[in-house]
Design a protein. Sequence first.
Length: 65
Amino acid sequence: MAYYQITARNASVLPVVSVSIGSIDQEPHVVDDIVIVNAIRNCLAGVSGVDSVVAQKYEQVITVI
């Protein structure tokens, strides 16, 4: 399961808004995770004072022995 961190930054490269997505649960699969992440990125990019938006994906791998 992936965890996403989306950060909007101003012209001084300081974080203005940060959105965390802990999980995107679907049963059955309806939409790719990246579609949801890009929708949030586009929303933040349209806000006054936001110069750039970055999304990072983190994944945890668990191995059972």
